[in-house]
Design a protein around this ligand. Structure first.
Ligand SMILES: Nc1nc2c(c(=O)[nH]1)N[C@H]1C(S)=C(S)[C@@H](COP(=O)(O)O)O[C@H]1N2
Ligand SMILES: [Mo]
Length: 301
């Protein structure tokens, strides 16, 4: 196992998954239940989240650049070269430039964040990310006062990405956030899972994670971050504007035109697990609802 950023990792970050899960269960006061009893529930007692397994998280993926099947990314993303890697930060910033991934990592503090992850397709997981706050990266580049939005772009390299031969989306994959959403402390750039480097299929070497929004906002393998004063285009909104809005906050009360968003299926929950209710803003409303004060959430979906 390569712990590239050991200096930034805490002891907990490098705990093997089995030990980690047992300790989590103990901390949650549910040791007697056993993990099998917890799987599929999504949340344990005391609000303690029980993460999905490494296997679930790294073999059931959406990364259309490598194919549209859930098993395609783990099969095909190994072809993607992730070293060297540079992230261009440009637009309305004081210090635009091409930042080497290593230089970014040497300046960021990596921590663990266990977040719920809710795909717009109505499946969900709990993922123990390692990463740093996007606000720290933006601070490094210096955000100019005229900036209002942040645009993100994924690597586009057809010779390593069999999926981009198909016009499923308008490549490269692009996403965007309002600046206050980007600066929110819950918004991270993930660089690992379970204390290991991010696998390619999960968006190596760094990807956005915005836990209160549908999964497609969490753009993978980011090569460009641009500060702008106008709302940037986003891939899924361009492909089906009626179905995927710019905000895409998880909202059990606003259905997708073709299916309900009221419940979700926890990946790895087993054949007989019941769907769970989806939580407003994926359970993070207390932290982020104030970002949307006065907005009609059905209109601004
Ligand atoms: N570049 C890129 N980023 C992407 C996607 C994609 O196809 N390409 N899929 C999105 C969707 S729909 C989801 S649900 C999540 C899946 O992340 P995971 O595979 O790590 O669970 O990645 C998002 N980021
Ligand atoms: Mo998704």
């Amino acid at each position: 196992m390569a712990y590239r950023w050991k200096s930034n990792l805490t002891e907990r970050d490098v705990t093997p998954q089995s030990v980690y899960l047992n300790r989590r269960a103990l901390l949650g006061g549910v040791a007697g239940l056993g993990l099998a009893g917890l799987a599929g529930q999504g949340r344990a007692q005391d609000g303690e989240l029980v993460p999905n397994s490494w296997e679930d998280i790294t073999t059931y993926n959406n990364f259309y650049e490598f194919g549209t099947g859930k098993g395609d990314p783990v099969k095909n993303a190994g072809q993607m070269t992730t070293s060297p890697w540079t992230v261009t930060i440009d637009g309305l910033v004081d210090r635009p430039g091409d930042y080497a991934f290593e230089d970014i990592m040497s300046r960021m503090t990596v921590e663990e964040r266990i977040y719920r992850f809710r795909c717009v397709e109505a499946w969900s997981m709990v993922i123990p990310w390692n990463g740093f706050e996007l606000s720290d990266l933006l601070e490094m580049a210096g955000v100019k006062s005229a900036a209002k939005y942040v645009a993100f772009e994924t690597l586009y390299r057809p010779e390593e990405m069999p999926g981009v031969r198909f016009p499923v989306l308008d490549w490269p994959y692009v996403e965007g956030l309002r600046l206050d959403e980007a600066l929110h402390p819950l918004t991270i750039m993930a660089t690992g899972i379970y204390g290991r480097d991010l696998p390619n299929q999960n968006g190596a070497p760094l990807r956005l994670v915005v836990p209160w929004k549908y999964g497609f906002k969490s753009i993978k393998s980011v090569v460009r971050i641009t500060l702008t004063d106008t709302q940037p285009p986003t891939s899924w909104n361009k492909s089906a504007p009626r179905e995927y809005g710019f905000y895409s906050n998880v909202n059990p009360e606003v259905d997708h035109p073709r299916w309900s968003q009221a419940t979700e299926r926890r990946v790895g929950g087993g054949l007989f697990a019941r769907n769970e209710p989806t939580l407003m803003m994926n359970g993070y409303a207390e932290e982020v609802a104030s970002l949307y004060t006065g907005m009609d959430l059905a209109e601004n979906f």
